[in-house]
Ligand binder design. Structure first.
Ligand code: SF4
Ligand code: SF4
Ligand code: SF4
Length: 255
């Protein structure tokens, strides 16, 4: 249940990330930005204003939790906000920060700070929902700005934000693309959440999973597609690793 808020006060917060999703949020077209500012009062947004506030209705949280000392700050944000939104893959599904989770701590510590591996506090990377309750997830690396705007409008209108639960393939077919599997290229579109208008396969690439998996993703079917095209399943798992660290155990075998 999401609380209706009229002209809400909105605060942006960042944890471990590149801040690209916040940049995307302020990189709206001028009329979209005006539209947004008519709907909300931004009271804290480090990338755009110097003001700070301890009072806000909606907290928009970007980035993964990679230090135990981040946890009290995140909990305070949760206690203050009526609605908490994750912004982008890092906060929603751990995102590229999850890559460190595949190495023992001493290894990534040494690789980044070889002269003093214990200089900085760091732990496994976690998504925000692993620490506090999240009301709305905005996926993507980076986010889709149209989707961001829609989520905010929906909240102000007391509507449940509509984040697709169908796969990227639906949008890809709608765009009349030739499936990259026909060219022998792997693509995660069958199991990844739509909402980006199949951005990558529609522009000469393939889906590498930045929006995370759909609910009840048919992984067996994805595996069958791989086998049908005689593609390497182990390589596919490597691609999942980039954005789907939390799902690394889901595949029944590793052929
Ligand atoms: S999701 Fe991607 S673009 Fe957004 S903050 Fe994380 S790394 Fe940057
Ligand atoms: S290119 Fe990828 S997203 Fe498009 S139809 Fe093929 S598998 Fe699906
Ligand atoms: S096609 Fe896949 S990788 Fe590309 S933006 Fe969409 S979800 Fe992300």
């Amino acid at each position: 249940m999401i609380t209706k808020i009229t002209k809400p006060k909105v605060a942006f917060f960042d944890f471990a990330c590149c801040e690209g999703c916040q940049l995307a949020a302020i990189d709206l077209e001028p009329e979209q930005l005006l539209d947004l500012l008519n709907l909300i009062d931004i009271v804290e947004f480090r990338e755009a204003i110097s003001e700070k506030s301890d009072s806000y209705d909606i907290a928009i949280v970007e980035g993964s939790i990679t230090r135990d000392s981040d946890i009290p700050r995140l909990k305070k944000i949760r206690e203050t906000a009526k609605v908490l939104i994750t912004l982008g893959a890092c906060s929603t599904i751990v995102g590229i920060n999850a890559l460190k989770n595949f190495q023992p701590p001493q290894q990534y510590r040494r690789e980044v700070y070889p002269d003093d591996p214990n200089k900085y506090e760091t732990t496994l990377a976690r998504a925000v929902h692993e620490i506090v309750a999240v009301d709305v997830f905005i996926p993507g690396c980076p986010i889709d700005t149209g989707e961001f705007l829609r989520v905010i409008k929906n909240l102000v209108l007391d509507k449940k934000p509509d984040i697709p639960t169908y796969p990227v393939c639906v949008e890809c077919k709608r765009n009349e693309n030739i499936c990259v599997y026909e060219k022998g290229i792997q693509c995660l579109g069958p199991v990844i959440r739509a909402g980006c208008n199949a951005r990558c396969p529609s522009n000469g690439g393939y889906c590498y999973g930045c929006r995370g998996m759909i609910p009840q993703a048919n992984l067996k079917s994805q595996q069958d597609i791989m086998q049908k095209y005689d593609l390497n399943f182990a390589q596919m798992r490597e691609k999942f690793k980039l954005f789907l660290e939390r799902d690394k155990e889901v595949f029944p075998d590793d052929k």
